[in-house]
Design a protein around this ligand. Structure first.
Ligand code: NAD
Length: 507
């Protein structure tokens, strides 16, 4: 469908943002943005051309000349205004997000809110971007560091947090004095664009923030572009590994936050009611499409006996469109995602796992065309089964059983992923042992989804992360700046010459 036909059909098009202007793409390649509960086409998103990517990067490069010199307090004030605008538009943002992504309205507000916290953090950039100074490192000599912006940075985001993850990226990059090119998920770019409009309203100058849409070609163009200095990626391990290798080969800084298989370990001394409630929420909330979803339950010893009660809790969750009040589990993002999840459930049955709750093909009155999969639970799962080895990214909880905490730790450390994990126990000793010995980025103790607030940094181990530094918190200031170390001596006119010194020491 070309732009004229789209307009005739009344379907809005998602715009690019280049040099301060929201513009229609000239591409011939478009994709539908679809409501996952109804299949209604909400908008058409362009796959930007190579020229459009170049124009976005050129605008960001030009804007960097002045933005890098903009006083730090001026930069900070824009983010103070921005956080206020996001608060004022919270319900509108959540409604857009639910329509295109499917999560429930309260969860959509949570998605925006977790991003808002990073914007609030960006407003404190004056305290975060401080260098260090050592006075009199030699006679009359001081050494100090400057944390200088890199230039044009880029971000590539996934579909599952279309508000939070773009807000992990461009506010901190821009607050540090960089300019930015964002490539949102092509599956749900609309809430991201509304956030971008509000960022401009808050005062981000033209060219400082640019947006291009698209798929692999646009991502590859970003990785290869000679004028982009750093690439931040969040998404699957397959694509993240590609982005990391390609961007690194082109000489860029890269950080890639990737896939997960988050294990929650339950010891028999845990508070049963709290643990089972936490597990049902963390496994099935957001239809299991959180990178920190507790998708893999490891029951230790007698905790094995809790399976029937967990199944009862999961069965009581309400499956419906995210807009319906009281919904616990909304649709998954696309028909393709639903087929993939159902295929993995079939593989689990075939490979001998016990399907103790089958959520396939729920009937949701009024939303018969929606991409719904209800809460599904497998017991008797073993490494080597596809449902254990692959990230399902849907409302499917798999259960493994072991005899000891040591066995649980060994199992988790042998899994390639290391995004999040949790232990449920009343024993401080067991929790401390788990925290010490587990090789996973985020660790929860009696908390199923331990996503850190922005004064800390989100992280990850092994196949869940490439690059040293996390996407927010203190680490991201290091990612988006170059440390320059200055050693300086100043003479007054009367100071006698020290003569020629051919050694390397400072005196
Ligand atoms: P995805 O990897 O399919 O897509 C992410 C981005 O990469 C999108 O912008 C997409 O357009 C682009 N892309 C897709 N295929 C590409 C290709 N072949 N070449 C270049 N670019 C390509 O991920 P998704 O399905 O949107 O998101 C879900 C995944 O993201 C899950 O694996 C989840 O665990 C992960 N995730 C991780 C974190 C984290 O912090 N570790 C957070 C959120 C999501």
């Amino acid at each position: 469908m070309n732009t004229a036909t789209q307009a005739a059909a009344g379907i809005p098009t998602v715009k690019l943002l280049i040099d301060g202007a929201f513009v229609e793409s000239r591409t011939s390649e478009w994709r539908d943005v679809v409501n996952p509960a109804t299949q209604e086409v909400l908008a058409r998103v362009p796959f930007a051309t190579a020229e459009e990517v170049d124009a976005a990067v050129a605008a960001a490069k030009e804007a960097f000349k002045t933005w890098r010199k903009t006083p730090i307090s001026t930069r900070a004030r824009i983010f103070l205004k921005y956080q206020q605008l996001i608060r004022e538009h919270m319900q509108e943002l959540a409604a857009i997000l639910t329509a295109e992504q499917g999560k429930t309205l309260p969860d959509a507000e949570g998605d925006v809110f977790r991003g808002l916290e990073v914007v609030e953090h960006a407003a404190g950039i004056a305290n975060l971007q401080l260098g260090e100074l050592a006075n009199n490192v030699a006679n009359g000599v001081d050494t100090y560091t400057l944390l200088q912006p890199l230039g044009v940075c880029a971000g590539i985001t996934p579909f599952n947090f279309p508000a939070m993850i773009p807000l992990w990226m461009f506010p901190m990059a821009i607050a540090c004095g960089n300019t930015f090119v964002l490539k949102p998920s092509e599956q749900d770019p609309m809430v991201t664009m509304r956030l971008v409009e509000l960022a401009l309203e808050a005062g981000i100058p033209k060219g400082v923030l640019n947006v291009v849409h698209g798929g692999p070609d646009v991502v590859n163009a970003i990785c290869d572009h000679k004028d982009i200095k750093a690439v931040s990626f969040v998404g699957s391990t397959r694509v993240g590994t590609h982005v990391y290798n390609r961007a690194s080969l082109a000489g860029k800084r890269a950080q890639c936050m990737m896939g997960a298989k988050n294990h929650a370990v339950v010891l028999a001394d845990a508070n049963k009611e709290q643990t089972l409630n936490a597990m049902a929420g963390a496994a099935f909330g957001a239809a299991g499409q959180r990178c920190m979803a507790a998708s893999t339950l490891v029951l230790v010893g007698q905790a094995r006996e809790w399976i029937p009660e967990l199944v009862a809790k999961a069965r009581s969750l309400r499956i419906n469109a995210g807009t319906e009040p009281g919904t616990d589990v909304g649709p998954v993002i696309s028909c393709a995602a639903r087929s993939r999840i159902e295929g993995l459930i079939a593989a689990g049955v075939e490979e001998g796992a016990r399907l103790v709750l089958d959520g396939r093909n729920p009937v949701i009155p009024g939303y018969e065309k929606g991409n719904f999969v209800g809460p599904t639970i497998f017991a008797g799962v073993k490494p080597g089964m596809r449902i254990y080895d692959e990230e399902i990214f849907g409302p499917v909880l798999i259960i493994l059983e072991v005899d000891t905490l040591d066995e649980a730790i060994a199992l988790i450390n042998a899994n390639p992923n290391g995004n999040g994990t949790a232990v449920f126990t009343q024993s401080g000793w067991a929790a401390r042992k788990f925290q010490e010995e587990i090789d996973v980025g985020q660790v929860g103790v009696n908390l199923p989804i331990p996503v850190p607030l922005p004064m800390f940094s989100f992280t990850g181990s092994r196949a869940s992360k490439l690059g040293d530094l996390g996407p927010y918190g203190k680490q991201v200031v290091a990612f988006y700046t170059q440390t320059k170390t200055v050693t300086a001596r100043w003479f007054d006119e009367e100071t006698a010459s020290h003569g020629v010194n051919t050694t390397i020491s400072l005196k």
